[in-house]
Design a protein around this ligand. Structure first.
Ligand code: NAP
Length: 282
């Protein structure tokens, strides 16, 4: 069994990006910028946005962090996004989720210029992915595929089972696997006999948000397991996979923490560079 080390992979990607960013900036003679909008005081969101700004600084992308009070009228958020949409110094725009309940999340996300949608949440970017012409793909799913590729895990022709069908993880992961010619099964909360599906998997991606729900008896020997889940139990952080019972049967497995998590920010940086290049006519 081999551990898929997301932390190491992400740090190698960030290092390589630093060079790519510097040559892109030289080529197009203008800086790359990412705007991050944080509304309210949610503690984890503050950490995530600070980490995003730190990653930008580390690789040479300018970061613009907008911290807005919870209670600010929605029109003002929309006006800020409109301004950022038209600002040449901003190549990517990200609204940190979840927004406080009072706001219409989908309306706010919809107002982001699709060419600056580095989170890949817009109908346009999702549509491109589904048409097999991906441009800016949602960061966590892209991180999952990048981990499989980094560890040279074959995808074509394999039985891939995805547990979870959210728009931000499950569905785009399934589309990416399909585009790489896996045979894909998507499971969700109404799936009957989940274990019958997961036991068929050569590649098992779990993004359900249920602590340790996949146990050793639910997988076959040699399976590659990517655990996207981040949960907190009495011992601290854990994934959706019961690592102790699944790892002995797996050929490859991601730990939690240190698996998919660190890849998400690395992919955000990758997408910001890509958006910049697309905007500059690459
Ligand atoms: P979500 O929107 O809550 O979706 C969860 C999905 O899992 C739903 O499709 C749900 O089915 C399905 N599900 C729930 N319970 C199930 C069960 N018992 N059996 C089978 N399927 C079940 O969550 P998400 O945003 O996709 O995130 C999933 C997990 O990944 C969470 O733990 C989240 O914290 C984590 N995450 C991690 C990262 C990262 O950077 N590592 C990024 C994003 C998310 P229905 O559709 O039928 O309800």
């Amino acid at each position: 069994m081999q551990i898929i080390d997301g932390k190491k992979t992400a740090s190698e990607i960030r290092l390589a990006l630093k060079e790519k960013v510097s040559s892109a900036v030289m080529k197009y003679k203008k800086p790359i910028g990412l705007a991050v909008i944080l509304v309210g005081d949610d503690a984890p969101s503050k950490i995530y946005t600070a980490n995003k700004a730190k990653a930008c600084n580390e690789i040479g992308i300018q970061s613009f962090l907008y911290r807005l009070e919870d209670g600010i009228p929605q029109e003002e958020i929309l006006a800020l996004i409109d301004r950022l949409n038209r600002d040449d110094a901003v190549n990517g725009i990200l609204v940190q989720l979840p927004l406080p309940k009072r706001y219409d999340e989908s309306n706010i996300l919809k107002s982001i210029d699709v060419n600056k949608d580095v989170d890949g949440y817009s109908a346009y970017q999702i549509g491109r992915l589904n048409l097999g012409k991906p441009e800016l793909v949602s960061c966590t799913p892209l991180g999952v595929l990048t981990l499989l590729d980094t560890y040279q895990i074959p995808i074509e022709g394999k039985e891939a089972v995805v547990v979870g069908r959210s728009n931000v993880v499950g569905k785009p992961v399934a589309q990416l696997l399909l585009s790489r010619n896996a045979t894909v099964t998507i499971c969700h909360s109404r799936t009957q006999n989940l274990a019958e599906h997961t036991r068929r998997a050569d590649i098992l991606i779990v993004a359900a948000g249920r602590a340790k729900m996949i146990t050793g008896d639910m997988v076959k020997r040699g399976v590659v397991v990517i655990d996207v889940g981040i949960n907190r139990d009495e011992h601290g952080l854990c994934g959706d996979v019961d690592f102790d019972s699944v790892a002995p049967k797996a050929s490859y497995i991601t730990p939690v923490p240190g698996g998919v998590g660190p890849m998400t920010i690395a992919m955000l940086m990758t997408n910001t560079l890509k958006a910049y290049e697309l905007q500059n006519g690459r």
